[in-house]
Unconditional design. Structure first.
Length: 466
């Protein structure tokens, strides 16, 4: 068979050939693929074949695209250790296969995929994360230091704030816990052997961050005999038993959140800020090659339009766009509730009224007959951020509902009361001053208006299936 001449002989000896082959066509062995299993909250799972250098962010993006979820930058990968009831957020930049390689052969650890609205909340609202009584400074400061300045100090490479306070510490190899004064510095976590003294001779080293990961305890009282359920611990990032854990316990959620956030900031520094800014970089002229896919081009090209006037116009204000969308949705449902009577006049039938009362069951924020404790667990799990909410059936008052929401790092519950007017049933949160024909209208109203609530409804808790 005659040989086919090379149509591009000039490339045979080109100095760029090796660069092209190395840069654009990496060796097959450099990106070996492995299969990982990711779970959702309902214990459904999905197997993914991924390259060995895939990051947690890329796994989340893969699951978002495969399941057609909306990317609101809150999707997170969690490392779950059931045998010790611990869990941690896998940071967006971490290599997932590296995390799995630290698991013991007999451990039944899992990767979970769910939302975590609090993952980067400290960048948006640092005032909730650094209580004044827990923060001090190694050098004298002029005037009052704001929470934003404290956050900036954590990200700098020169000065660092100190976090201090009492924590319960589980004694190594024992079941007992001891209340000790701790001090968090750039070099690690220390405890005082003499009251609240910070003198070097009274400080004893407890743990460093480089070779350890910070975990949150899921059942501190039950599993580890902790004084409270606000536990966290240092675990060496290698396979090891419960004896290697350094268990700590705070008095309240805000205190635990302060310690855990400060440790994350000291461990990862500016990398956390880069992770937080990553989804927004494409909007500021950054190279698109470094941005993970968010939505399809067709979705990004959609714009909100106003057809109410004589001329059509583009709505540029996102708040106005949401308001118009809600108004149109409410108007559409009102039309759907009207029925033609025997003489052709529109009347609201009892059937449509019953439909209104049950229309919420298909909504992702409705959780049916879960208990108050389960509702609180779900909200804490998805982040104690202002406006995180869900709606559920009331356990104490049949045929009524409860709105459970987070505000000021606390969970509050509001009774949704049914009221009757002229034979029609309505829902209300404020003793009938504001009435809604169904729960969807109620939720959409309070997403736009604070009303009697401490803040607007912002993020709903949803259980997803993979």
């Amino acid at each position: 068979m005659p040989s086919i001449p090379n149509p591009f002989p000039e490339l045979c000896c080109s100095p760029f050939t090796s660069v092209l082959s190395a840069g654009l066509f990496p060796k097959a062995n450099s990106r070996k693929k492995q299969v990982i299993k990711v779970y959702s909250e309902d214990e459904t799972s999905r197997a993914l074949e991924v390259p060995s250098d895939i990051t947690a962010r890329d796994v989340c993006q893969l699951l978002i695209l495969k399941n057609h979820y909306i990317d609101d930058h809150s999707w997170t990968l969690f490392e779950h250790l059931p045998h010790v009831a611990l869990e941690r957020t896998i940071e967006d930049h971490e290599l997932v296969i590296e995390v799995l390689s630290n698991w013991g052969m007999e451990e039944e650890n899992k990767l979970y995929f769910r939302k975590n609205y609090a993952k980067y909340e400290f960048f948006k609202n640092p005032m909730y994360f650094f209580p004044e009584h827990m923060v001090s400074f190694a050098t004298e400061t002029n005037g009052e230091i704001s929470p934003t300045q404290i956050l900036q100090m954590f990200l700098s490479s020169s000065t660092y704030p100190e976090i201090h306070g009492f924590l319960h510490s589980k004694e190594q190899g024992k079941k007992s816990w001891k209340k000790i004064y701790f001090l968090l510095r750039r070099s690690g976590l220390y405890f005082s052997t003499k009251g609240t003294s910070k003198e070097p001779r009274h400080l004893q080293f407890f743990s460093e961050f480089g070779n350890s990961d910070i975990y949150v305890s899921l059942a501190g009282k039950k599993k580890h005999g902790a004084p409270t359920n606000y536990g966290f611990c240092f675990k060496p990032n290698k396979a090891g038993g419960p004896r290697d854990l350094k268990m700590l316990c705070a008095e309240e959620e805000q205190s635990r959140m302060c310690w855990v956030t400060a440790i994350r900031l000291l461990k990862y520094g500016m990398q956390l800020y880069q992770n937080y800014m990553h989804p927004y970089q494409g909007r500021s002229g950054y190279s698109s090659q470094s941005i993970s896919p968010m939505r399809s081009i067709s979705e990004n090209s959609l714009v909100a339009m106003d057809f109410s006037g004589q001329k059509t116009r583009v709505i540029e204000n996102p708040t106005e766009a949401l308001s118009v969308a809600v108004e149109e949705g409410l108007a559409w449902r009102k039309k759907g509730c009207l029925r033609l009577g025997s003489h052709g006049s529109p009347t609201a039938s009892s059937q449509s009224s019953a439909t209104n009362m049950a229309i919420h069951r298909s909504q992702p924020w409705f959780h049916h007959k879960i208990s108050r404790e389960e509702a609180q667990r779900l909200i804490i799990q998805q982040g104690l951020v202002d406006g995180v909410f869900l709606v559920r059936d009331s356990q104490s008052n049949p045929k009524t509902f409860v709105l459970s929401m987070s505000h000021g790092q606390k969970i509050k519950h509001f009774q949704i009361i049914p009221v009757e007017d002229d034979g029609e049933m309505f829902h209300t949160l404020d003793d009938g001053h504001t009435r809604f024909t169904d729960l969807i209208q109620l939720v959409e109203f309070y997403q736009l208006n604070k009303g009697v609530l401490p803040c607007k409804l912002k993020h709903y808790c949803a259980r997803i299936a993979l």
